[in-house]
Design a protein around this ligand. Sequence first.
Ligand SMILES: Cc1cc2nc3c(=O)[nH]c(=O)nc-3n(C[C@H](O)[C@H](O)[C@H](O)COP(=O)(O)OP(=O)(O)OC[C@H]3O[C@@H](n4cnc5c(N)ncnc54)[C@H](O)[C@@H]3O)c2cc1C
Length: 465
Amino acid sequence: MHDDNKQYDAIILGSGPGGNAAAERIAFLGGTVCQVEAGRVGGTCVNVGCMPTKAMLAASERFYEMSSASEMGFDPCRPDLDEQAFCARIRNVAETLNRSMRDKLDRIENVDLVDGYGRIEDAQTVRIETGDGDRTVHGRALVVATGSEPVRLDKLPWDSGRIWTSNDALQIESLPESVIVLGGGALGCEFATAWAELGLDVTIIERHERLLPGLDGMASKAARESLEQRGAEIHCSVEIDSARAEKDRILVSDGQNTWSAERLLCAAGRTERLTGFGLETIGLDRSRGPIPVDETCRTEVEEVYAVGDVAEPRKHAHLAARMGTVAGNNIMGLDSRDDRRVVPVGVYTHPEIACVGLCGEDGQTDGDDLIELREDYAHSGSAYVRNRRAGGIKLVVDQPSGRICGCVWIGPQAVDMIQEVVLAMRAGMTLQQISHTIPGHPSYQELLHTLAERFEKQQISSRRG
Ligand SMILES: Cc1cc2nc3c(=O)[nH]c(=O)nc-3n(C[C@H](O)[C@H](O)[C@H](O)COP(=O)(O)OP(=O)(O)OC[C@H]3O[C@@H](n4cnc5c(N)ncnc54)[C@H](O)[C@@H]3O)c2cc1C
């Protein structure tokens, strides 16, 4: 076994958005890093997550629009779908981004990227199992950025070969004719959107009473409408109690009804990657749930940090990256703290759905100083001229101060659009201040401005009695 005498400032387990942000920040601040990656550089996000799913959705949206745009003045055509090329592009996007991520890390002088499986021996020592044998590395700090993996429900017959996790569904070479999507959360709705747009028979089964159960009811409604319009069948409040494979189909049942399809996507959530790499040796072992960290991303063990999916119930690449940066700052002696209240959530259905802040259950504003303001794209000239009239905005506002406490934005590029609200919330801006900004015209941003002006007018009227 090779023992590296070099003492690093940090050893980082994982090269997803969390691990990479930590590595880059430490190197930027003059520190040295040994970054260990057991799988593919870029982690879930680049290889089997954000990027390939968005590539898939961009392509399916183009396909769907070409076959359904008669309102824009041309005969709808149904383009030929080259399944192999469609699937290959998704894999190629991941491949290209993986390569460029590796190049980027290789170019950072102070980061030694090691391909291998890291096992924690103690808080300063990691043994790495590489293709060329084991080596041991030492660091002043340790960052656990091992991410998460798909939940595999026990009740499904995995050995049938008919069941996919999201990882599998992004590696395929051709498309089935029908799919059951088990789970109507963000991930399930995104896959269902793409597949329904391509004309597959899609059945979504969700055990909660609505799609996107963690988000606002307005988001659930929009997802349902859009998916139904694309031909998906949706069954909510259904708990599957048995599943079996038969000939070339998979069948699932809740005891009363049975649904069948060629394939089933298990989209039942993700679970933290916690076992098999020695967390127990430093007293951080837990059977489930994120590793607890404070706002500096420190765990309860000195000089051990945890960032990203392994340390947060909200599994988003941008949050993982931010946590990585915070951990990197702290390892290099800066006092960096994080306020994780204002974290946008994006669901890339068509239209897109974005939420931030208070936007959980409907009715949560009851009995407070909070009020809701809503406007639909149906009343927006900008949306009308682009023929994109589905969606709208809901703001939750603290009436006395005029500050935004939450927002649901549904519409084209809603995830980009909501960033203006994110900025306003972070900066503590009021709706009066927003109403004094000048949005470009025509633009989707005008809808936010409309709400801000409406609020300002209400304030003026109430002051004038
Ligand atoms: C289908 C899908 C779509 C998604 N879409 C979005 C989206 O649109 N927007 C968004 O914000 N988020 C999205 N996410 C979530 C996002 O991908 C994750 O939140 C993000 O990748 C988490 O980053 P991370 O660094 O914590 O972990 P990961 O990206 O999971 O990286 C962890 C890395 O650690 C490595 N590793 C684990 N154990 C070891 C070990 N012992 N030694 C060495 N290496 C190890 C793994 O191989 C992996 O590469 C999506 C996820 C999925 C599955």
